[in-house]
Design a protein around this ligand. Structure first.
Ligand code: ZN
Length: 313
């Protein structure tokens, strides 16, 4: 069981305010909340702004379920980098007697995991993961590559916390670029700048930063250092309720990581196909919503008219 990380007093107070004002709805499990109407208006308003901003690039739209084939999580090395965050799906596999014993234990809220077997599914940890094998299955890419808007789907991280900005289930609004290395890097950098404009247009004090992923263990610290040194990951930070600003968007250049797994290639006239590179960007829609509530206040009707107009509220 992952350790519960209590929030700071500020974070715990902000969480109580969000629950009290109906933005979030308690489930009994830290980091898992329902969303009230006021919350959803803002989240969907910002989601629509991202869609509008990306439309000029004519992305291909793809929608995937919140479940991921377990095989994909295994292939991309997620369990090496983030074993502490992975959420897996198990299901009952047994006879009637075992079903009765499982029910008996479950009714008493005792451990019934003896009767559960691993399934072919895990919970999706990142919205972009299903995109890479789907594109690879088409064969080598034409010059210029592809751009995929993977929508704003639920993703899952097992990290129970009292910080309302650290959720176990949240919407990641992802767009994926696959193509020549220079095309991909140029796109990633352009979107980092564009995201600052988007976030500032709704009154958020957003700043960019070079970042690294929360890789697991000692070898993970080395990976994180090299990721920073090569500037493979940028984040955009906004002050929410943390002592430090919180990342609300990230811009990741994977080089050939996913291409090596799935065989993503650029077609060449002479038949000498070259490896495609990939990048993705993700907006954390819940964190952006929380940042907006923190910045403009719990009373949404009192938000600046220009901000409400930007969000289509
Ligand atoms: Zn991604």
């Amino acid at each position: 069981m992952a350790d519960f990380r209590p929030g700071t007093p500020d974070q715990e107070e902000f969480l109580r305010e969000l629950l009290g004002a109906g933005y979030l709805i308690e489930s009994g499990v830290p980091g898992v909340y329902g969303r009230g109407e006021a919350f959803e208006r803002v989240r969907l308003g910002f989601d629509a702004k991202v869609t509008a901003a990306s439309e000029e690039e004519s992305p291909e739209h793809m929608v995937f379920p919140p479940l991921l084939p377990r095989r994909q999580m295994e292939d991309v090395g997620y369990l090496q980098s983030f074993p502490h965050l992975a959420c897996t799906v198990f299901s009952f596999d047994g006879d009637e007697e075992q079903a009765a014993e499982q029910e008996h234990r479950a009714a008493a809220h005792e451990d019934w995991s003896d009767f559960q077997e691993m399934t072919d599914l895990v919970l999706k940890p990142a919205a972009c993961y299903p995109v890479y094998p789907a594109i690879a299955a088409r064969g080598p890419l034409a010059p210029g590559g592809v751009l995929v808007d993977a929508g704003g789907t639920y993703v899952f991280r097992h990290e129970p916390s009292g910080d309302p900005a650290r959720l176990q289930a949240f919407h990641q609004r992802e767009i994926v670029r696959i193509g020549e290395p220079e095309t991909v890097v140029e796109w990633r950098n352009r979107w980092r700048d564009r995201s600052l404009e988007l976030l500032r247009s709704v009154g958020l004090d957003a700043v960019p930063d070079v970042a690294s992923d929360p890789f697991f263990g000692r070898s993970g610290r080395l990976l994180a250092r090299s990721q920073r040194a090569q500037e493979l990951k940028f984040e955009v930070l906004v002050q929410i309720a943390g002592p430090e600003p919180t990342a609300v968007a990230s811009f990741n250049y994977h080089q050939d990581h996913f291409s090596a797994v799935y065989g993503l290639e650029m077609a060449a006239d002479d038949g000498g196909d070259t490896t495609a590179h990939t990048a993705c960007l993700g907006f954390g829609l819940e964190r952006i919503t929380l940042a907006l509530v923190r910045t403009h206040g719990l009373d949404q009707e009192g938000w600046p008219a220009a901000v409400l107009a930007e969000l289509g509220i």
